[in-house]
Ligand binder design. Structure first.
Ligand code: SF4
Length: 380
């Protein structure tokens, strides 16, 4: 019987062009059919300079499917270089160009002496979704564009999280992590968002370490950087929300970077005092007047589901029902992520369910016994 999927929360790997669009002055060039481009053009925003709805595309048709699309790609790159002033051009392949076997690497190699870098990433939708495509694009930038650094800058830290522009909080999350890392006396380096871009990309090999704040997205990239430039990485799987996780985050990063422990505690004390002033006032209203649900469900990608679960249990004292992870997490990471959900305060464990079937998730929530009404956080 056909399985009906509703409410998909991810797109195909080609949609990871949002990773390129989140880099100021980087331009995606799609080597795909016009339908792919049309579908993706309305789905994300951009980091500012170029409209997310306007980007070069080879718009391959029957002719290229039969005779190959290499010439069309070469012509499209040439024209893009002429009419669009960007710092980095990233060719992204869709299903059709990969199925017909176009030699994208050879075409892109013809532009290797161009004064602006042109690189390519394989992002056919049949290979995976945009969570995976994000890592493939980052690895392409690291591999084809970056050169080893002639020195390592003391305190420089590259910060990575989940995919940019997939939810409304992506930039705020990055900015806040940047601020926390800077407070520790380190030098944060982020490549996404306004005011960053190619200069920040150039600094990546100079970093003392990479900091990945994400359960699984980004792991492939930081491992690649370790292999290519011998840059070690710190993997902190939980996006910190609230005092408990943020304190843990600051202590972990501080210890890894050998920041003076007294300085770390001073930063923590200052933030916790501020935080608990607000959380106590919140508790007066929502907990004492009993208008707050006691149980909660999250339906989101691993990053947001885990971050919210930790916050709602550890800081607000709510009870977790089953938490749904809808990013099609690769099998190899599922055991690890399920373990993070079982590591909550007060001995509480949450069950993590991996599913991208919205109908199934709705049915399970509808039939669950929450002993009252639950808090459901189920959209981006
Ligand atoms: S799945 Fe393939 S054909 Fe469909 S939009 Fe993505 S790249 Fe294009």
């Amino acid at each position: 019987m056909a399985k009906i999927l509703d409410q998909p929360r991810y797109k195909c790997a080609l949609a990871a062009m949002q990773t390129v669009q989140a880099i100021s002055r980087a331009l995606p060039i799609l080597h795909s059919g016009p339908g792919c481009a049309e579908k993706l053009s309305g789905s994300v925003g951009s980091s500012g300079l170029y409209s997310p709805h306007i980007f070069p595309c080879t718009s391959i048709s029957e002719k290229e499917v039969i005779f190959g699309g290499d010439d069309k790609l070469e012509e499209t790159i040439e024209n893009s270089l002429k009419v669009i002033d960007a710092d980095l051009y990233v060719v992204l392949t869709g299903c059709t160009s990969e199925i017909v076997g176009d030699n994208v690497e050879d075409v892109v190699r013809k532009f290797k002496n161009n004064d602006k870098p042109v690189i390519y990433a394989s992002t056919a939708g049949f290979k995976g979704n945009n969570y995976r495509g994000h890592d493939w694009i980052l690895k392409a930038i690291f591999d084809q564009y970056l050169k080893p650094a002639d020195h390592i800058e003391k305190g420089l830290v590259n910060i990575w999280t989940g995919i940019p522009m997939h939810d409304p909080f992506w930039l705020g999350n990055l900015r806040e992590l940047e601020r926390l890392v800077a407070e520790l006396g380190l030098i944060p380096n982020i490549i996404f968002g306004h005011g960053k871009g190619i200069n920040n990309i150039n600094k990546i090999p100079e970093a003392e370490f990479n900091l990945l704040v994400s359960p699984w997205v980004g792991l492939e990239s930081v491992r690649f950087l370790e292999e290519k430039f011998e840059t070690p990485y710190l993997h902190y799987p939980v996006l910190p929300i609230g005092a408990f996780e943020t304190t843990k985050f600051l202590r972990t990063v501080g210890e890894y970077a050998e920041v003076d422990a007294a300085k770390v505690e001073e930063i923590i004390t200052k933030h916790e005092e501020d935080y608990y002033y607000y959380i106590e006032r919140y508790a007066d209203v929502f907990l004492e007047t009993r208008v707050m649900a006691k149980r909660f469900v999250t339906v989101s990608d691993a990053q947001n589901s885990l971050a919210l679960t930790k916050f709602l249990v550890n800081d607000l004292g709510l009870f977790p029902s089953k938490q749904y992870i809808v990013d099609d997490t690769p099998e190899e990471y599922r055991g690890l992520i399920a373990g993070y959900f079982e590591d909550l305060n007060y001995g509480i464990k949450a069950e993590a369910g991996f599913s991208s079937d919205g109908h199934e998730i709705h049915s399970e929530i509808e039939s669950a016994d929450f002993n009252g009404y639950p808090l459901i956080l189920g959209s981006s």
